[in-house]
Design a protein around this ligand. Structure first.
Ligand code: GDP
Ligand code: MN
Length: 377
């Protein structure tokens, strides 16, 4: 789950990381009011959407008087990003920046450890820096059991040539970020930019966090931060049924049981020249209701030109899946071809149930993928 910048900032602040003061507004005229109330010489208006690269997209702007603040907020609130209207703007104290640093902790799967990443070349061009001058980015693994050690924070500070005067503050920020990462079960905790201001403070101007959805059950407070307005509606619907669904850009809908099998199915669809419309894992032991919901969700995507069912019955029973398919077919009356491969527990019963359903049947996954790709063309 991604959280908004203003939410991430609140979390960072709770862990002792200095963050500039901001206020979220929903209407442009509030921007002018905040400007007057603060009495600063300037403020930043920042679009609050669950995406990076807002600066480059024109969603981060400086205003020098209340009228300008209102104008900018009006502009930002009129923006549409990835088809979704903008609803919130963060009005933030404008910092006078001397230097922008990139600083984050994420998971390094290959090393099976969290990794701290920093760069003296922080800011909006960090992707470019990573691509063209990777030597400007430093990485340091953290032992998950020992946690971040003071000397490691110093090592990072030294390797990005942070002036000594800031090491003590940096150490606190690094330890704070590690605690944020660990205690919120984040898969990413990022500050970009962490800035040195002209008046010689080290503060976070942006915060980005991704929380592991699988850990959400033990973070009721974080779960409340989920912004349903920013989600693809089908993904919200899927979560209600305990389905893992991720919308993609292709045209072959995929319904599979098991995440690994779902990934494999998508790979094989691609191997034969198709593009999956989604990732969908119905999970182990899914009953007919869940399958019907999954099918409704897949078919709600207008790009879908064919559906591939790949069910490997173990705990999941193929007859239950077939019943779910039949239920959903009565409701949604799909107009696209459907290819089904059922093997394993109760596969025979499942196939019998589907015999009259005018579905294309397949024996193997390769066969099923080929047929789905052909059907979508
Ligand atoms: P992102 O593009 O979505 O990562 O949004 P950021 O919050 O990181 O803002 C993008 C850029 O705007 C930063 O890299 C800074 O250069 C600039 N910026 C953000 N806040 C301030 C501020 O308070 N003062 C100044 N001068 N620039 C800022
Ligand atoms: Mn940023």
């Amino acid at each position: 789950m991604k959280v908004h910048e203003y939410q991430a900032r609140n979390i960072l602040r709770k862990y002792g990381i200095p963050v500039s003061n901001g206020e979220v507004i929903f209407e442009a005229k509030e921007a002018a009011a905040v400007f007057k109330r603060w009495g600063h010489a300037s403020v930043m208006g920042k679009v609050q959407v669950l995406m990076g690269g807002r600066g480059k997209a024109g969603g981060v702007k400086l205003a020098k008087d209340p009228e300008e603040a209102e104008q900018l907020a009006t502009q930002i609130l009129a923006m549409e990003i990835k088809g979704l209207p903008v609803r919130k703007v963060l009005v933030d104290e404008a910092a006078v920046i001397d230097k922008e640093i990139y600083f984050s902790i994420t998971n390094d799967r290959a090393a099976r450890k969290p990794v701290m990443i920093a760069s003296a070349a922080g800011g909006m061009e960090i992707e470019e820096v990573a691509a063209k001058t990777p030597e400007k980015i430093v990485k340091l693994h953290i032992d998950p059991l020992l946690g971040l050690r003071d000397y490691q924070a110093r090592d990072i500070a030294a390797s990005i040539d942070l002036p000594r005067d800031y090491w003590k503050d940096f150490n606190k920020i690094a330890i704070g970020l590690w605690q944020v990462y660990k205690e919120t079960d984040a898969s990413l905790a990022e500050i970009n930019p962490l800035v040195i201001t002209k008046d010689k403070r080290l503060i976070a101007l942006d915060g980005k966090m991704i929380i592991d959805d699988n850990a959400m059950f033990r973070h009721a407070d974080l779960a409340e931060m989920r912004d349903l307005d920013e989600e693809v509606p089908a993904e919200t619907e899927a979560r209600k049924y305990g389905l893992t669904y991720i919308k993609l850009d292709g045209d072959i809908g995929c319904m599979v049981n098991g995440a690994g099998l779902a990934m494999t199915s998508m790979d094989i669809v691609k191997l034969f020249g198709g593009e999956p419309a989604n990732f969908l894992d119905i999970g182990g032991g899914a009953g007919a209701d869940k399958v019907a919901a999954a099918m409704r969700i897949i078919l709600s995507d207008p790009n879908v030109k064919a559906v591939l069912f790949n069910i490997f019955g173990g705990i999941t029973r193929c007859d239950e899946v077939a019943r779910g398919i039949l239920t959903a077919m009565k409701e949604v009356k799909p107009k696209v071809p459907m290819v089904v491969r059922l093997v394993g527990t109760n596969a025979e019963e499942g196939r019998k149930l589907l015999a009259d359903a005018k579905m294309i049947t397949a024996e193997t996954l390769v066969d099923a993928a080929k047929k789905a790709v052909a059907a979508a063309k």
